[in-house]
Ligand binder design. Structure first.
Ligand SMILES: Cc1cc2nc3c(=O)[nH]c(=O)nc-3n(C[C@H](O)[C@H](O)[C@H](O)COP(=O)(O)O)c2cc1C
Length: 373
């Protein structure tokens, strides 16, 4: 009975989003809509009543989706990816939308206004977004102050990047910038992600170079951070580059990988829209297959040594399940929520239950890596 009511609720919400809200949103500038949604989420998160009403509309729970990973309890495997809540303003409402975990940021050592506007575009035919924010955020001190005394309802990750400025281009300065944020957030949240793959910042992605990454991780090891640390990698890496990054990661205190960030490659066959801005990274369907290949590669090669969080192009339970069967223990999304509506989180979770039953798995953890064992 519960499943029928939730299925009906999600169908109504999905219909309303697809026929009314999405067409209205898609008429307007994407960054403006994003900012207004942050404002609305901030408001809804402030009061017990609005949080409960939101949860009534969007929540879903099932024991078969629960996992304990690296000592952290996840009530479901669907998380909000970094970049939606850049300044950690929505930590009170995101759990009510049905997410099993959330990642704040990316946060940088210094406040950063980001790149000049426009810096966010939709590619509707490709089910993708082009993102050129350039790590806009309030900076480590302001965001840490916002979160310091918060009690998080679901596991919370802090995504850390280096400030988008010419002052952090020199490797030592870039490392100090990461370290500043790691120190500030040492006691905040459940895990860290080192975003070493932002396609939109000054000086490129120097920490995708193994020698530079080694230097960064050596300094981070010294901090003895008492929580898991993930590396967020680019979907444009070759297997050879990935091998070298995994070798470096295995010598340091790295628990896993987030696969993946935005793709920069404009020759991707999944691009169906005629006009694509020159700058920025692409999300959604365009990056999906690239990310899935990396997930499968890491899982096969390391057999569970690293926990994998799958990201890029999760629009449905089938998309999430593909990543899980390839080797991801958890998944994250942004673009799926923008194209399908916020009820998609509940749809994915309830759809995963059907897929687990179909394949004879009692818990989601049993499906992790099933295609690559
Ligand atoms: C608007 C927007 C802003 C983003 N900003 C960040 C960011 O600050 N840090 C980061 O690690 N990834 C950022 N990303 C990348 C996402 O976390 C994610 O890796 C990517 O969008 C692929 O997932 P998706 O297809 O579900 O959107 C951003 C993505 C979007 C759409």
């Amino acid at each position: 009975m519960k499943n029928i009511i939730i299925g009906f609720r999600n169908a109504v919400l999905g219909f309303c989003y697809g026929t009314v809200l999405k067409p209205l949103f898609f008429l307007r500038d994407p960054e403006e809509v994003h900012d207004q949604i942050i404002g609305l989420g901030n408001f809804l998160g402030r009061y017990g009543l609005t949080r409960r009403l939101t949860a009534l509309l969007f929540s879903y729970s099932n024991k078969a989706l629960e996992q304990k990973i690296l000592g952290i309890k996840f009530s479901n495997p669907v998380g909000l990816a970094a970049g939606f809540d850049k300044n950690a303003e929505l930590t009170d409402i995101i759990p009510a939308v049905g997410f099993g975990f959330m990642e704040m940021g990316s946060i940088t050592g210094e406040p950063c206004a980001g790149n000049l506007k426009p810096r966010l575009w939709r590619l509707p035919k490709s089910k993708s977004l082009v993102v050129y924010y350039g790590l806009k955020n309030d900076g480590t001190e302001a965001v840490a102050a916002r979160l310091r005394n918060k009690k998080f309802v679901i596991p919370t990750g802090i995504s850390i990047a280096k400030t988008n400025s010419k002052d952090t281009v020199e490797i030592g300065a870039g490392i100090n910038d990461y370290i500043k944020t790691c120190r500030e957030f040492a006691a905040i949240g459940d895990y860290f992600t080192l975003n070493i793959s932002c396609p939109n910042s000054f000086g490129g992605e120097p920490f995708l170079e193994p020698a530079n990454l080694d230097r960064l991780l050596f300094k981070i090891d010294e901090l003895k951070i008492p929580k898991p640390i993930f590396l967020k990698i680019s979907p444009d890496l070759s297997y050879d580059q990935l091998d070298r990054l995994m070798e470096v990661a295995s010598r340091h205190n790295i628990s896993g990988f987030i696969c993946a960030n935005l793709t920069k490659n404009r020759n991707n066959k999944k691009i169906k829209d005629a006009a694509v801005p020159e700058q920025g990274g692409l999300s959604g369907r365009v990056a999906e297959e690239l990310a899935n290949e990396l997930i499968g590669y890491i899982y096969k090669k390391t057999r569970g040594q690293f926990v994998i969080i799958g990201c890029c192009g999760v629009f449905s339970a089938e998309d999430a399940y593909k990543k899980i069967r390839a080797g991801a223990s958890l998944v994250q999304l942004i673009t799926g929520m923008i194209y399908e509506g916020p009820q998609v989180i509940s749809e994915i979770n309830s759809g995963l239950i059907k897929l687990l039953v179909r394949d004879g798995f009692a818990n989601i953890s049993e499906a992790v890596g099933a295609d690559n064992r």
